[in-house]
Design a binder for this molecule. Structure first.
Ligand code: 5GP
Length: 187
């Protein structure tokens, strides 16, 4: 069976890869300035943050380590369940370290709010959040996001690490899919 091209499933490109590159570079420069003289531990939230983590870390001119956590609040659908489970914990001890959580998108904020509380109990020297995208109209809990790339409308987006049912993470742009993709009917 021939696979159709991913771009054929895209209804709209919201943010281009060029815009993302520029924004990630700006965030990296700010982080470099803010943590000057420190050693940083970047904590990526699997799996969506893998792409932004790879780009962001190369824009940070400081000694830095990376680690990953896998947290689940979504199945393969598109709406938040509010249920957060740690599927994979950190390898590193974060006590006394400057920790920056790197996330792809903040929707209700429930996932990061839980993660933040959970990591704070391990007594890091500091704990901040960096997210590429945020949907402010969807927020259900207050969350202090120190580094934010873009605000997006309340639409389900894919690409640059973000998936729908496991696919589309390797699209270079942030995109909205055609309605038919969710219905399962061919475009
Ligand atoms: P929250 O706990 O903030 O509601 O959800 C955060 C997580 O939900 C993100 O890490 C991501 O996995 C998922 N998510 C929220 N909105 C979207 C979206 O528009 N597209 C995709 N692919 N995932 C989303």
């Amino acid at each position: 069976m021939k696979m159709s091209s991913m771009m054929g499933d895209v209804a709209e490109v919201l943010i281009t890869s060029e815009q993302i590159t520029e924004k990630v570079r700006e965030m990296g420069e700010r982080i470099t300035r803010d943590y000057a003289g420190e050693r940083l531990l970047l904590v990526g939230v699997l799996r969506g943050a893998v792409v932004v983590m790879g780009d962001l870390m190369r824009c940070i001119d400081l000694p830095c380590e990376i680690d990953f956590m896998d947290i689940s609040s979504y199945g393969s659908g598109t709406s938040s369940s509010g249920v957060v489970r740690i599927l994979k914990d950190l390898e590193e001890d974060i006590t006394g370290k400057h920790v920056l959580i790197v996330e792809d998108i903040i929707d209700t904020g429930l996932t990061l709010s839980y993660l933040r509380r959970s990591l704070m109990t391990r007594k890091p020297a500091s704990l901040e959040i960096c997210a590429l995208l945020s949907k402010p109209t969807r927020r259900r809990v207050e969350l202090d996001v120190k580094y934010l790339g873009f605000e997006v409308p309340d639409e389900f987006v894919v690409g640059y690490g973000l998936d729908y049912a496991g696919a589309y993470r390797n699209l270079p742009d942030i995109c909205v899919l055609k309605k038919e993709v969710f219905d399962g009917t061919p475009a």
